[in-house]
Design a protein around this ligand. Structure first.
Ligand SMILES: C[S@@+](CC[C@H](N)C(=O)[O-])C[C@H]1O[C@@H](n2cnc3c(N)ncnc32)[C@H](O)[C@@H]1O
Length: 420
């Protein structure tokens, strides 16, 4: 069996573009990343290329599915990711793991963590007030005892010298945080668990133990990757693309959607508790580096994109500004396309003549005003010497509750290539 067949043996993906059904799949189960591709989708896109690709690029790595699938398939990937925790998750999945060493270090980490458990850890690692008991207005994400246990692991992990092991251990700790918290995270953000106040305190030690065991179980599979190398660029794809070499055969990615989902907010439990964010300025900087798919956008944004459909949508949204749930939505939509088209344009410049960009994008809707992303891309690309070669709906997404909550928003695969 080839590398990728060994990895995916016996696994069937229920929904092509999502991570559904990957709870027990090697590597993908290390961290539940709701927005991930299905590996079988990545594989089918690679196999569908008219000329077999030799290089694969993903500027929005997320949990690293494109890159990991490429490695198993035998192509060394190049990826970019702005969220430092997700960049570590990607890198943990792409690097070679010495299982014997990891097992040894796991035992040492657990021993050290248990010896470090004191309330002083709460002062060592200051958090936003909503995070730790007593929280704000009687609500908090982590009970004091739970936070001390988590921080004892953080402290033990920070002292590790081996960067690879430190990264894997950080992913382990990151993977248990939501479960250890009083909240659940869903499509639009976080909410408190029902009856969280009377919930039995989670046992951080056993959660960590189980998370390590998964990685240890999957580690031998690393040997079945047909390409072990990778290039991971950390930071903002709008900036880092200039460090990507020419000669890309396939760029396969799913950018954030224009649905005001703020990736910095949604993953801020991991970002704060693991020490990637230390103050509100760090948070502001990270948000400014993410694609403008959220409403934290300047109001005086100048709209200068040449798509009639986008213009029409923008004008309709501006007229209804006062009725939108956030008055900055029209600017967010304009800024979103400015960012996305910049990424596509810069990627296009690095594509080989027959190279392709395969993009998965989702439409959005505000106050009944539909934002047809593939159509807008089709109108914007010819200016950039690129064109849409194919559009295909891969699934229907549910609109928000305010918009009726129906399955009426298409998620599309858009294939882009050079003009002939
Ligand atoms: C839809 S997710 C990608 C999921 C990925 N396909 C997977 O299988 O896990 C989009 C990702 O883009 C990242 N992102 C957002 N803005 C970015 C930027 N400016 N540069 C690089 N990555 C960015 C987000 O942090 C998020 O991880």
């Amino acid at each position: 069996m080839s590398g990728v067949d060994t990895w995916l043996a016996g696994w069937v993906s229920p929904v092509p573009t999502t991570n559904q059904g990957t709870e027990e799949l090697g590597f993908q189960r290390w961290f539940h990343f709701k927005e991930a591709f299905s590996p079988s989708f990545v594989l089918s896109v690679i196999k569908s290329q008219p000329i077999p690709p030799k290089s694969i690029f993903d500027p929005f790595s997320g949990s690293g599915t494109t890159a990991l699938t490429s490695q198993f398939y035998g192509i060394a990937p190049t990826v970019i990711e702005v969220n430092p925790f997700l960049a570590d998750l990607t890198e943990a999945k792409l690097s070679v793991i010495d299982a014997a060493n990891l097992l040894h270090k796991k035992r040492a980490i657990i021993r050290t963590a248990k010896s470090l458990r004191t309330p002083e850890l709460l002062e060592k690692y200051p958090m936003p007030p909503t995070f730790i008991e007593p929280g704000v207005k009687g609500r908090w994400l982590f009970d004091r005892e739970v936070a001390i246990q988590i921080f004892s692991y953080r402290s033990a992990i920070e002292d590790l010298v081996d960067e690879n092991i430190r990264r894997i251990a950080t992913v382990v700790l990151g993977s248990i945080l939501v479960e250890a918290s009083n909240a659940v995270v869903n499509g639009k953000g976080r909410r408190y668990r029902r009856n969280w106040q009377s919930r039995e305190l989670p046992d951080v030690d056993s959660l960590v133990d189980i998370a390590f065991s998964r990685i240890l179980e999957d580690a031998p599979l690393t040997e079945r990757k047909l390409a072990k190398k990778y290039t991971l660029l950390r930071g903002d794809a709008r900036e880092r693309l200039k460090d990507v070499d020419d000669g890309l055969d396939l760029a396969l990615f799913s950018p954030p959607y224009p649905n005001s989902f703020d990736y910095t907010d949604v993953y801020n439990i991991e970002l704060w508790m693991l020490g990637y964010l230390k103050d509100h300025n760090d948070n502001r900087v990270l948000r400014s580096q993410t694609l403008r798919s959220h409403v934290q956008v300047r109001r005086n944004f100048e709209f200068n994109l040449e798509s009639p459909t986008l213009k029409e949508v923008y004008e309709k949204l501006t007229k209804q500004r006062d009725q939108l749930w956030d008055a900055r939505i029209p600017e967010m939509v304009g800024a979103y396309f400015e960012d996305l088209i910049h990424i596509i344009d810069e990627t296009g410049k690095r594509l080989t003549k027959s190279g392709r960009i395969e993009l998965v994008v989702g439409d959005s809707q505000y106050k009944g005003i539909h934002l047809p992303v593939p159509k807008i891309l089709e109108e914007l690309l010819p200016e950039r010497n690129l064109r849409v070669l194919a559009k295909q709906t891969v699934r229907s997404m549910r609109s928000s509750a305010q918009q009726g909550g129906k399955l009426n928003l298409p998620e599309s695969r858009v294939t882009i290539g050079h003009h002939p």
